[in-house]
Ligand binder design. Structure first.
Ligand SMILES: [Zn+2]
Length: 254
């Protein structure tokens, strides 16, 4: 075993011991704990706009590093949508896949479970992921029963174009789960054409590679490409997973 992985294993064992408790449960690795590790960024814009789904918070699993929003998605797919088991007729497209969630899907049999990401130089991607741009999804119309695309659209300059692509590849009566960080304080999403540098994006949007802060018009944007959107809250039921209480799910159907 490599020294690095020995150190990683020792660190995990220590964390699991330090956070030993029964208050919370991680559905990915099955670890019970009294809390979670700090994750996220402490930038001022995130605080100022009270952005949900971003910012410094205790959300990381001490054992498997899953984060709060991934555990919320697990709860939705496993217990609300009931798709996270063998579903041989289901075609699923998972863009920018959350590692622990995609590992879970990979355990089971589907007609198709495809993970894609836009490969960037200097980054490594899991073996099961293929290079594909959200602006040009290389599949025919009406290909997928379920599309999962979380925390991607806030990085895309032409997000309406990306939404059109997502809508195009969802089958009629199919579902897309399209989560973004969102501000409850903004009626209209904040985009500023003068913000052009990493530093300015960090100051204005709270992260160097975000191109806007979504506000409450996010739903209208999704509807504008044809989606029917249900904003639902299931977090009360899954408090023990250490989810963000204010995080709604945006369930889009065609
Ligand atoms: Zn875990």
């Amino acid at each position: 075993m490599e020294v690095k992985s020995i150190i990683r294993e020792l660190r995990t064992t220590y964390r699991v011991f330090k956070y030993k408790g029964e208050d919370f449960f991680c559905p990915f690795c099955g670890n019970s704990s009294k809390g979670f590790l700090p994750i996220g960024l402490p930038h001022q814009a995130i605080k100022d706009y009270k952005i949900i789904g971003a910012g410094l918070r205790n959300g990381g699993c001490v054992k498997c590093d899953s984060i709060d929003r991934d555990r919320l998605l697990y709860a939705y797919f496993e217990f609300e949508l009931n798709v996270l088991r063998n579903n041989p007729k289901l075609s699923i497209l998972h863009l920018a896949p959350e590692l622990m969630l995609s590992k879970e899907f990979l355990k089971y049999k589907y007609k198709r479970y495809l993970c894609t990401d836009k490969f960037m130089p200097g980054y490594t991607y899991p073996k099961h992921t293929v290079d594909m741009d959200i602006m040009d999804i290389t599949f025919p119309d009406n290909s997928f029963d379920l599309v999962i695309c979380n925390h991607v659209l806030e990085h895309i300059p032409d997000d309406i174009g990306a939404m059109k692509e997502l809508y195009r590849v969802v089958k009629p009566s199919g579902t897309a789960v399209l989560q973004v960080p969102i501000s409850p304080l903004l009626t209209i999403s904040y985009e500023n054409p003068e913000v052009q540098t990493d530093h300015d994006r960090e100051v204005h949007y709270g992260q160097y590679d975000h191109v806007r802060i979504y506000g409450q018009d996010y739903i209208r944007r999704l509807q504008s490409v044809g989606f029917t959107v249900d904003k639902i809250s299931i977090t009360q039921k899954y408090k023990s997973f250490g989810v963000i209480p204010e995080e709604d799910l945006f369930i889009c159907t065609k």
